[in-house]
Design a protein around this ligand. Sequence first.
Ligand code: 0A1
Ligand code: ZN
Length: 878
Amino acid sequence: MRTDTPQLIRLSEYQKPNWLIDNVHLDITLDDGHTRVIANISIRTAQDGSDNPLMLDGDELVLESIAIDGKQLPASAYTIGRKTLTLRETPKVPFLLTIVTLLDPAANTQLMGLYKSSGIYCTQCEAEGFRRITYFLDRPDVMATYTTRIKARKADAPILLGNGNQIQSGDLPDGWHYAIWHDPHPKPSYLFALVAGKLGKVSGSFTTRSGKHVSIGIYVESGKENRASYALDALIRSMKWDEEVFGCEYDLDIFNIVAVSDFNMGAMENKGLNIFNDKYILASPETATDSDYANIEAIIAHEYFHNWTGNRITCRDWFQLCLKEGLTVYRDQEFSADERSRAVKRIADVKTLRSQQFTEDSGPLSHPVRPIEYREINNFYTPTVYEKGAEIIRMLKILIGEKKFNEGISLYLSRCDGTAATIEEFLACFSEVSQRNLTHFAKWYDQAGTPRVSIIESYNPELKRYSLTFSQETPATPGQPNKEPLVIPIALGFINRDGIEVSLDTSHPDFNENIFVLDQISSELTFNDVDSKPILSALRGFSAPIILETSPSDDDRLFLISYDSDPFNRWQAAQGYAMKLLISGANQLRAGNQPKFDPRFSQALSQVLKDDDHAFIAQLLTIPSENDIAREISIDIDPESVRDSRLCLKQFVGKEIGHQIQDICEKLTTTESYRPDAQGAGRRALRNVLLDLLSSGYSDIGLNLTLKQYQNADNMTDRFAALSIIAQHPGTVREDMLNDFAEVYGNDPLVLDKWFSLQATIPEDGTLARVLKLMEHPGFSIRNPNRLRSLVGSFAAANLSQFNRKDGAGYEFVAKIVIDTDRSNPQVAARILGAFKTWRSLEPRRRTLAQAALQTIERQEKLSPDVGDIVMRTLAEN
Ligand code: 0A1
Ligand code: ZN
């Protein structure tokens, strides 16, 4: 392998900047291949770094000129390295550095820095994109105020947007015009942004609680303005919520959001000018599903919330990424919980955590929430940093209680405002207000791997004594062979045989308000005067991101499905029961037998159907995915028996309770017109889960109802759910429907993405051929990240049996795409490559084939740092 192997950056080697920047004046002329950037940067030495040479970051830049205080520098005054520009001599007093660079935004296929996508100029600077615009101290602890003058041809780019407030604009000769934007809040370069192009606008406004008027603009592709109203509504709700719950008020006169169709990630929180992947802005009932609406709401909130947790308080260095991301994910999760159903949101978040983060944490890419070293920072925007980072905040709140948690947040927001902070500074705020030493708790940031906690129950009827023995163990992860015990808050509930919650007493100091804090390798909790053995409901609300190893009896599981007052654990009991059946089914199938399932499981589901929280029941009735089952099996996985076991269980449930399902489906049919609210979404989710089960158990009845739903639906949720069910049943009906869908939505890229991804995840042998054919579809483009992720990304990450085909063709295909994409867009290539992270958990034959595909990638002449880093870590023995 030859990469431009970047050096290892270590947290332990952090040094404060030697030079500081007070303000930056950018003058940018947007003119395709002749785009010119004049950067006027006021620089001064940091007090303790005066003798160090000034070394600026740069990446793929063409330098036109460089001057100090207006005096051009000769070439001998500086050296240009591959990624740096170093000045030989620098004045000892503050000076103005003027750098002129030339860019070609249309040729920027990496989508980092300044690029042109579908006629729109836009930027992406996190983490290290600003150095692709000009030479700079491109690190988050160098904070400056920015003034940006943008100049473009009015006909090409009537809209010119920058950070902060617009302070001037006007026409220039020959059809050019300009706008000047000023952002008064000091910020790191990664939050810089500009957008220019022809865009449609949806306007709104918000008055903050202190009476400040904020003009809101959401900019989208012209003609799609009517699809931006939900995003605007979600933004206004987010602004209000953040004032009410966190006391955070918006701090500029303008808040703009732009939706672009080529974007590497979900969205970006640039100060006053968020830039979004259009997938997370555009929605209409005819084109977006309920889950699209929920994602839009969550991501709008996430980016907006970054204004305080990320922008006003930023990160000292990229190792502290979880400081802004974990906290902001926590905040957006809480927002959605308040706007929708808290229980259903928690279940959804835990499902994501387990499927993404637990999988990452048990494989070769496992790393601490705060990594200690990296080669390519782009590869650390991970579920561990984001989702596990949010779980740490949630645990902190459980440990110190809501009141102290809120005080700690307020202290953090006031004390660290305007700074580039660290995890230590964050935790110090909570330590101070709660008077608790959080040193041991802080291990969660530094120790990788998912702790496994076992609880053993014992009851002595003579002594009326009930005890719980807890023990914890975290498996070794790359670079961390030995693990220490962590501080784990475990929420407990006890239920008697009549289904009533009982409260038990113990003198143990670490048990308070039904939370036991396990902070040793093992511990015992003893309760006296317990008349009969209660049924234990452990880890309520998923109070810690751990794997709980209890082995409840089937009876206890059935009991908890019906009686647990904690909705998360009711759901968990059902999932646990399903999982047990699925794994034993997979084992039976692998041994050549047909699986036999316990009818008490379907009877329990039948009871649940009598409840009236539709969204919750829908979650409870959803059979774990193939990837969930594989993760649980964890070694020597045979993907085909996993797939078949799941199909068999769905068939079994569908048959056992088919009549009841059919009845309920009919009752859930409504003539009300579509609204993307939580209640309606719950009803649709339940009906669609039921239709899927019915179509598995009683194909004729189920599929006919599904077909009817496809034809009559007035919204994308129901139409696409119907198509997804039919897609699991081979035959001409399926092919006709897939063709029909493409005919109707062929010109709508975001809807077509659903169609690509649905077909890429069909768990059948013909799918690889289908995917190859779809790559020739006129709506597909290998260079557009959304298209590529929908077709190839979904195939690799969400089609267990086909990506892991027995003949290795799935691996070869994905490897080829990774190699090809790496030449144009390394970040997207590295993400798709991530699908190989589970390769060691497969049965030996597949393991060998996956390894061979990875080695093919590794052997390439030239790999990007992004792909080079992932392939190296994925193959490493540890
Ligand atoms: N800070 C953004 C995530 C993000 C990171 C890198 C990007 O560049 C490719 C883009 C976005 C967030 O948390 O939303
Ligand atoms: Zn974020």
